[in-house]
Structure formats: C-alpha cells, structure tokens
Design a protein around this ligand. Structure first.
Ligand SMILES: [Fe+2]
Length: 159
C-alpha cells in the first residue's frame, strides 16, 4: 500500500468511525429494560452528602485509613451501596475493582447466585514511589448488570 492509499484509507476509516459510533449507540438491544445511559459513562454520586436512591445503592463506599505509612500493609474495604446492593439472579453486582490512582490493583468478580454480598477487602502496600507527592487516590469502580458502571474515590496521605 503506498502512502496515498494509506492516507485515503485512514481518512475513510476516521469518517466511518465518526458516523458509526452514534449509530452503534442507537442500535443497542438489552435482554431486559434498563436505563442505557447508565452504561455509556462511569456514574458517580453527584453530591455525596445528598445521594439519590440510585446513588445510595450503587456508589461504592471506600473504607480505608486517611493516612498510611509507606511499606506497611493496610486494609481497604469496598462495599456497594449504603444499604448493600441485592445479589439475585436477575440483578447483581458483577465486579468490584480497586485502582491505585490510574493503576489497577485488584478485582473481585461475583456470580449472580447470591452467595456473596457485594463487598471486597483488599490488603494494600504502598511504596513511597507510588505516591511521590505524598498523596494518592484510591479509585473503586463497580459494575451492576442493570445500572451500569459506578465509581467512587478516596484520597490518602502516604508518609
Ligand atoms: Fe443495580
């Protein structure tokens, strides 16, 4: 492929991608009725001190010490919902993750049988290099099969 054909195919691909993306979003079909907008972005509690009922049951709660020492293990508990989200065969939390800033640290996958509650406990050790400014943000994403992607964050001080 010469340079001209390569650039032409690149331009056509870019145009096609721009056209097909909105069309693709409009063509999604789900087996059950859901609010599809919840699956288009990562959802967060807009006002954590005044959550909506949906936010109360889906925004992950992160429990961790506000200050940790580098090199020493500490526990981070992530639960889904102020009142734990249901875990039945039709509606359940599929996974809970923990990221250290932008880096994935761990993930727990849940099955829809209802044996487990939507809580995960991670044992974390941070190095000084992981928090060069002395601060680090824990990010806890979760996915509900009916209500999409949700995420909460918590800042830690690392000494
Ligand atoms: Fe849900």
């Amino acid at each position: 492929m010469d340079r001209r054909n390569f650039l032409r195919s690149l331009a056509l691909g870019t145009v096609a991608a721009g056209i097909s993306r909105p069309a693709f979003a409009a063509e999604r079909y789900y087996p059950t009725k859901v609010d599809q907008s919840l699956f288009e972005n990562i959802n967060r509690a807009k006002d954590p001190s005044n959550k909506t009922p949906l936010e109360k049951s889906h925004a992950p709660l992160i429990s961790a010490p506000a200050t940790v020492k580098s090199g020493e293990p500490f526990t981070v508990e992530v639960s889904v919902g102020e009142v734990l989200h249901p875990m039945g065969p039709a509606h359940w939390i599929e996974s809970i993750e923990l990221n250290i800033g932008n880096e994935p640290a761990g993930r727990i996958d849940f099955q829809p049988k209802g044996y487990l509650t939507p809580k995960a406990t991670f044992t974390v050790v941070l190095s000084k290099e992981s928090a060069p400014s002395g601060k680090i943000t824990l990010v806890a994403p979760q996915r509900c099969n009916h209500h999409g992607y949700w995420e909460s964050t918590m800042d830690l001080t690392v000494t």
